[in-house]
Design a protein around this ligand. Structure first.
Ligand code: 0PR
Length: 396
């Protein structure tokens, strides 16, 4: 049952109101929303989109990629965007789409895996840390999720994953940047397991996809997670997370066109015999064009410097948390996500107190999650730490 909410009722006015009256109403009504610029949003994997992407998005709002026969140039830009994302993930020949987000991308990946495997009562091996979009995908596709435990570093336990593979397995999923802690699963080991068992491997890099490719040039230890690993069949990478693109912009990349073909549906009545391989029919062309423009504008160097700033601030937060009595980090972060735990104080109480002070952090069962996104500035973290200190004194 959905939670009970006060039912809002409203009728469209008989006669339209002037634009300025409506705009004023909206200003008032939307005041309760958080804003990225306030610095209070520390729970989101999205951010204030880049101003250039917003400008391009607004300009091309009428584009509909659901009908590439009308918008062939936009469709071509979408494919160029997919190729640019593919290059970032070591496979410029990757085939895919700019979709509504990580959820759609993960559903499409499992849909392709299921169709390619042609098995009855198919199973998908996922880490317990996998995003809830896999539960949606499994339900929709009539697949069973086999959840694998994590190792001491909160990564999918590769040995347990190997044991979980059976003749019913249609796919293994590894996460490259987990929702809770930003952890990267041992994808190269999963690739070996997938290859030994001839099973599809999907990598959910919805969050990590725009961070991991830059680790090496930033002096961090690089991690194998992309198409360089021979068994990786598809990757989710979301421009509307660390890619700074406006929502909606997810990315699904298949290793080659044949894999994507497994979910393609013909639309014969549109001129040009259109084929769709997305869940949505009518879908935003502005999103894809904005991602294209933004990637061209940022270049690798632009994204690397965004990641550099986020990681440095993440490390600063970790350093300061470790100095505070009563709290600690859950694990050393690989990406710009920090888990904070306490063995003295109920983490839910700390969460409530932070909430009273208008901080938006995420409450996981055993820890608080903080995501250091491009909108987060050193001053915001300084204020958060000051509030945290006060809260701990108050609760001790
Ligand atoms: N895969 C991973 C690893 C994710 O973390 C997420 C979303 C998805 C897939 C699904 O992506 P979409 O939400 O684009 O479909 N992770 C964020 C989370 O659950 C989503 C989010 C973003 C939540 C902004 C809150 C928020 O303010 O934390």
């Amino acid at each position: 049952m959905p939670p009970e909410t006060t039912q809002q009722t409203k009728k469209m006015p008989e006669k339209g109101l002037p634009k300025n009256v409506i705009s004023e109403q909206l200003e008032v009504k939307l005041q309760r929303d958080f804003t990225y610029s306030s610095g209070k949003i520390l729970c989101s994997m999205c951010t204030n989109p880049h101003s250039f992407a917003k400008q391009i998005y607004r300009k091309y709002l009428e584009k509909n990629l659901g009908d590439p026969s009308l918008f062939p140039a936009s469709a071509e830009l979408e494919q160029e965007t997919v190729s640019m994302l593919g290059s970032l993930l070591s496979n410029p020949k990757a085939s895919g789409n700019i979709v509504s987000g990580g959820t759609e991308a993960n559903i499409l990946a499992l849909w392709a895996a299921r169709n390619l495997a042609k098995k009855e009562h198919g199973e998908v091996v996922v880490p317990v840390s996998a995003h809830h979009s896999f539960a949606k995908a499994a339900d929709l596709l009539n697949l069973k999720l086999i959840k694998v435990k994590l190792n001491s570093r909160f990564q999918m336990d590769a040995k347990a994953a190997e044991k979980a593979v059976t003749s019913k397995t249609v796919a293994i999923v590894g996460v490259a940047g987990s929702t809770g802690l930003g952890v990267v699963d041992p994808i190269s080991e999963l690739s070996e397991i997938a290859s030994a068992n001839n099973v599809y491997l999907h990598v959910d890099a919805a969050f990590g996809g725009f961070v991991l490719p830059f680790l090496k040039e930033l002096g961090c230890e690089p991690l194998d997670f992309d198409f360089r690993l021979p068994s990786v069949c598809s990757i989710t990478i979301d421009p509307h997370k660390m890619g700074l693109a406006p929502v909606p912009a997810g990315g699904i990349l298949f290793r080659d066109a044949a894999m994507r073909e497994a979910i393609s549906v013909k639309v014969p009545y549109l001129s040009g015999e259109v084929k769709e391989s997305t869940l949505l029919g009518t879908r935003s062309g502005a999103s894809a064009v904005a991602v294209w423009a933004l990637m061209m504008h940022m270049g690798r160097a632009g994204y690397a410097s965004v990641v550099d700033r986020c990681l440095k601030l993440t490390w600063k937060l970790v350093e300061e948390i470790q100095k505070i009595d009563g709290v600690d980090i859950v694990t050393e972060p690989t990406l710009n996500v920090v888990g904070i735990k306490s063995d003295r104080i109920d983490i839910r109480l700390i969460f409530q107190e932070l909430k009273k002070r208008a901080w938006a952090v995420s409450l996981f069962p055993d820890y608080l999650r903080i995501v250091i996104m491009p909108h987060t500035k050193p001053l915001h973290i300084k204020r958060l730490l000051e509030d945290l200190q006060r809260i701990l004194e108050q609760l001790s």
